[in-house]
Design a protein around this ligand. Sequence first.
Ligand code: 15L
Length: 275
Amino acid sequence: MVPTKPVLLTGASGTIGRLLSGRLAALGWTLRLTDIAPLPIRLPDRASFTTADLEDQQAVNEMAEGCGLILHFGGISTEQSFETVLGPNFRGAYHIYEAARREKARVVFPSSVHAVGLYERTQILDQDCLLRPDGYYGLSKAYGEMLARLYFDKHAVESVLIRIGSVLPEVPDERILSTWISHDDFVRLIDRCAAAERVDCSVIWGQSNNSRGFWRKDARLKIGWTPLDSSDSQAERVHGKVTDNPVVERYQGGKFIVVDYSRADFPPREMFESE
Ligand code: 15L
């Protein structure tokens, strides 16, 4: 379905932003692209590009004017210091939700595996599990999910919160056999986020149909999305591709966890048991 109003895409110069710019424009969408960094690809048909900082609330409001959907892929996407993440991810997300409230726009908020990264890989999670962020980046995603709930309950701003695993063309290692989402499944999911009649404030696990997946129940029926791809056929190719760090290998968040990790042991399993 082609949205009737323009769609604002933040983070357009990033990896996911570039994928979505090209693929959604090819579907006929009218995109308003923005990023703090220049757009490293040719401007797609019907798209405009504005260089802007998510910390600039006026700029965000102006770009969102007249939009019916905001795909908020801007901000920091790796584990960084609290001060680095604070402006783009915390204040930036607030600006996006304020703009969505003004425009009565729907938001697609990319949460992450890193909002639940300190669950062990043997634990199977449902959408209502307690969040267990694995760093300041994961914390910003947990905050974004709470922000979305606040704006839905208080202001009726609809959101799809996609807890994205790993959006990659192919699986690079054993961990990502669990977290992988193919480009095609991901683009189909974004299309459903726009097309679904009602999304309320829904959580989707952003993973393909991987038999090694860590995640189970979510709102995919409501959104009308079914992943068609699976990492399973890539298992043989990445067999044995693991790190030699027991903390990395124990938890769903993988390498992000060991950035600034100062525990001498493992975090307790039972503290946030989901069931
Ligand atoms: C994420 O949230 C990151 O943005 C991405 O770069 C990957 O590292 C992904 O998680 C992952 O953990 O595989």
